[in-house]
Design a protein around this ligand. Structure first.
Ligand code: HEM
Length: 457
């Protein structure tokens, strides 16, 4: 794609300013922002967004993610003895944001997630007593982060206290929220992670494409112009995303709340940073092989298709994935994960909602980035000078073990048995161009307890 004069000027300026500088470009390329909205909608959950646009792509319903994303990870600065005051102070600021912005792309999504180090240091006794238990796995819902088979040995398992996910179609809303949260001085920010997704659903050139080209990412010219993500396939089709409150702790019945409703309407969040070798993906794999390893082998898809239907009837079972592998030596990203990410039978939740067999469970909120690996970090070796293509991977699951099952399946460790692959082998196509640098698991309390959870108990 030929750079417009404006893109060239801004791109080289941004290039000159390093990875972080590239984000100056975002506002200029993203065009006009939707009108700011405030609304009475107040989810009990922190991870849900209202007003998500749905478009039809290739006769498939696709959820349009917010254009801009930012994550602040942090360490709590106050002394545990002052946690109650800090709880009130942070809640005051978060309630202020609720009042100013609707929980929607046109407004602002704020998700405050807390990790093991916070619970161990600030509320150890209450945490031991009240953090929900995963009856299916026989563990806590909050697991320590681990390295998976296809992770490089130096994947960093992080120990932040808290992570704050900010999402909006309007960059200024995210800037405002980040400023107001940091102004509390309750948190020492350990990293800032920035990114974007989509922007090509109305036929225009998507933000990932424009930014990859402006940042001169190797292989950027090979990314389809309207691609939602660098690797060219739409990843937010409605059928592949957990609907409604399915990822809440309580919905699927895996979780024992141990006699307290404190964390009801809460969920589990996994956060990781993944480098993507865009050039290798497009040069080493032709379109058909990209489809085979992103979805499943022998899927007949028209050349250049970005959105590949993955409805309940398209779901692969354990036996399917093993058969596909025996026949082709290949395993599809979606097909393998579907053996753990889709309901195996109909489920009726306590609130009476019926989730049919084949319904997706995880709610993904991942987004592309040019951070290398972070836009800012308190560790100098985590702020790359040159932009690099990647994903800040964020997903909400009913439990930590539920995420673990998905991620292990992505490496061929299926519930019904292992697919014998060398980690990152070609047949695992997708994994061979991905490399995870950082990981951590978090507990997302319900909105009512989002600030310094359990400090008042
Ligand atoms: C750079 C990394 C990744 C990219 C580009 C990517 C892209 C995709 C794409 C294109 C799809 C199929 C689209 C859809 O059905 O909506 C998909 C599905 C999915 N991915 Fe990934 N993915 C990545 C990493 C991961 C990781 C690390 C996980 C963690 C387990 C994951 C979990 C899932 C899940 C749960 C689904 C839906 C499967 C289903 O139920 O159909 N992805 N991903």
């Amino acid at each position: 794609m030929k750079l417009t004069r404006r893109q060239f000027v801004v791109g080289s300026a941004a290039g000159a300013a390093g990875a972080a500088g590239i984000y100056e470009l975002v506002d200029r390329l993203a065009g006009s922002s939707p009108a700011r909205t405030v609304s009475p909608v107040r989810f009990r959950e922190q991870h849900l967004l209202d007003g998500i646009r749905v478009v039809q792509e290739n006769d498939v319903e696709v959820l349009v993610p917010p254009l801009h994303h930012r994550i602040l990870t942090a360490r709590v600065t106050v002394d545990p003895a002052d946690a109650r005051d800090a709880q009130r102070e942070l809640e005051r600021v978060l309630a202020g944001l609720d009042g100013d912005y609707a929980p929607s792309p046109a407004g602002l999504g704020v998700t405050v997630a807390w990790a093991g180090p916070y619970f161990e240091r600030f509320v150890p006794a209450a945490a031991r007593r009240l953090i929900p238990h995963d009856g299916r796995a026989g563990t806590s819902v909050l697991l320590d982060a681990e390295r998976f088979p296809s992770d490089p040995p130096d994947t960093r398992l992080e120990r932040n206290d808290v992570a704050i996910l900010l999402r909006s179609a309007v960059q200024a809303h995210i800037d405002d929220a980040a400023k107001r949260i940091r102004a509390t001085k309750l948190l020492a920010v350990t990293s800032v992670r920035r990114g974007f997704a989509g922007g090509g659903f109305d036929g225009g050139t998507s933000l990932p494409k424009q930014l990859a080209v402006a940042a001169q990412i190797p292989g950027a010219d090979l990314i389809p112009d309207t691609a939602e993500l660098f690797l060219g396939f739409t990843s937010t089709q409605r059928a592949g995303m957990g609907p409604g409150t399915i990822a809440n702790f309580e919905t699927l019945g895996y979780v024992d709340f141990r006699g307290s409703d404190y964390f009801r309407h809460g969920t589990h969040m996994h956060l990781s940073h993944i480098h993507e070798d865009v050039e290798a993906w497009y040069l080493n794999f032709d379109f058909d092989e990209r489809v085979s390893t992103a979805f499943r082998p022998n899927l007949d898809v028209r050349q250049g298709t970005q959105t590949v239907r993955q409805g309940p009837k398209d779901v692969s079972t354990d036996a399917d994935v093993h058969r596909q592998y025996r026949r082709t030596g290949q395993m599809g990203h979606s097909a393998a994960i579907q053996t753990t990410s889709r309901l195996l039978r109909d489920h009726v939740a306590a609130d009476g909602t019926t989730y049919p067999k084949g319904t997706a469970v995880p709610v993904r909120a991942d987004f592309n980035t040019l951070d290398n690996p972070f836009a800012w970090s308190e560790r100098a070796d985590e702020i790359g000078v040159l932009p690099a293509a990647g994903v800040h991977f964020v997903v909400f699951n009913p439990t930590g073990d539920d995420f673990r099952r998905n991620r292990r399946a992505m490496d061929g460790l299926l519930p019904g048995g292992k697919i014998e692959f060398e980690p990152r082998a070609r047949g695992q196509g997708f994994n061979s161009v991905l490399s995870t640098t950082h990981r951590q698991n978090f507990l997302v309390p319900p909105r009512a307890h989002r600030s310094f959870p359990l400090a008042e108990v």
